[in-house]
Design a protein around this ligand. Structure first.
Ligand code: AKG
Ligand code: FE2
Length: 293
């Protein structure tokens, strides 16, 4: 990994880390587990069943989506219709933009509305995020001319993933007794965005988070993660690691869906832990607000 592209996380956090080391003893961390042993497999839903001619199979699939959203707030979908070529193309572009020099990323936000590195507001170790991210509004993506490979690749992904998000949201709406085209009709496209994440290897301490614990504020999030482990969720009150599945996309129910469904669907806390050796990439699509909110 070329070091010129990596944000100065070490320097930025050195003070915070040494302060904590001094006041908390040896390594500066308390007992709350960050390293977890247990690795789970999320419920896996085959989206092909939605296209079956058999109405019973279609309904079973919708039921499984609603059940996973209630009981887990997290699940995986396979046979979702977005081809591996789209993800591998986007991955190449994602690596290219992150591998630009840090100063360039920080200063030049031509296409990207927002570049974040680290955790600018962190006041303690728990709140550190050993990562960087580009936050790209859907309107910028769909409105761009698609004239370079990055914008055409991300446009292709955004178009397909938006359809998927609406399909899932509409199934969840239907199961709550709403019209089955509710989100199709009411989603505010301009509120949706894509976030590209990079987690550089963290040589410091495995208890520094790659991304600190949070819930997503979206209706739902569609996440594509690579093969490097790191994602963890809270299940039955404890942190468990999510095993990467190369064929699946991870669906995360967000705060808006939890509120809108009167807490029927669960927005679950999750985080990313760091890896001392391997860098990790992920991309997330956030399906956000309604026109009528
Ligand atoms: O990188 C990941 O696996 C999770 C990313 C995430 O939770 C987020 O961007 O909100
Ligand atoms: Fe998240």
């Amino acid at each position: 990994m070329d070091s010129i592209s990596v944000p100065p996380l070490h320097e930025a956090y050195e003070m915070l880390l040494s302060k904590t080391r001094n006041s908390n003893g040896e390594n500066g961390f308390d007992d709350d587990q960050v390293l977890v042993e247990e690795e789970i497999e999320l419920p896996v839903i085959n989206m092909n069943h939605l296209a079956e001619s058999d109405e019973v199979r279609r309904q079973e699939c919708k039921y499984a989506i609603a059940k996973a959203s209630q009981e887990w707030g997290f699940f995986e979908i396979v046979k979702h219709g977005i081809s591996n070529d789209v993800f591998s193309g986007l991955r190449v572009e994602q690596e290219n933009i992150f591998k630009q020099p840090f100063e360039k990323k920080r200063k030049e936000n031509k296409f990207f509305n927002f570049y974040r590195w680290g955790a600018p507001t962190a006041t303690c170790i728990r709140q550190l995020s050993w990562s960087e991210a580009f936050h790209i509004p859907l309107t910028d993506i769909l409105g761009s001319s698609g004239s370079n490979t990055f914008s055409s690749t991300i446009q292709q992904f955004a178009t397909q993933v938006s359809i998927l998000a609406k399909t899932l949201a509409d199934i969840l709406a239907e199961k709550m007794g709403h019209k089955s085209s509710f989100f199709q009709e009411n989603c505010l496209l301009s509120s949706c965005y894509i976030r590209l994440n990079r987690y550089p290897p963290c040589p410091l301490n495995s208890e520094v988070h790659g991304l600190m614990p949070h819930t997503d504020s979206s209706f739902l999030t569609i996440l594509h993660q690579d093969q490097v482990r790191g994602l963890q969720i809270v299940k039955d009150g404890k942190w468990v690691a999510v095993k990467p599945n190369p064929d699946a996309l991870v669906i995360i129910i967000g705060d808006l869906f939890q509120a809108w469904s009167n807490e029927v669907y669960k927005s679950v806390e999750h985080r990313v832990v760091t890896n001392p050796k391997s860098e990790r990439f992920s991309m997330a699509y956030f399906f956000c607000r309604l026109m009528i909110q």
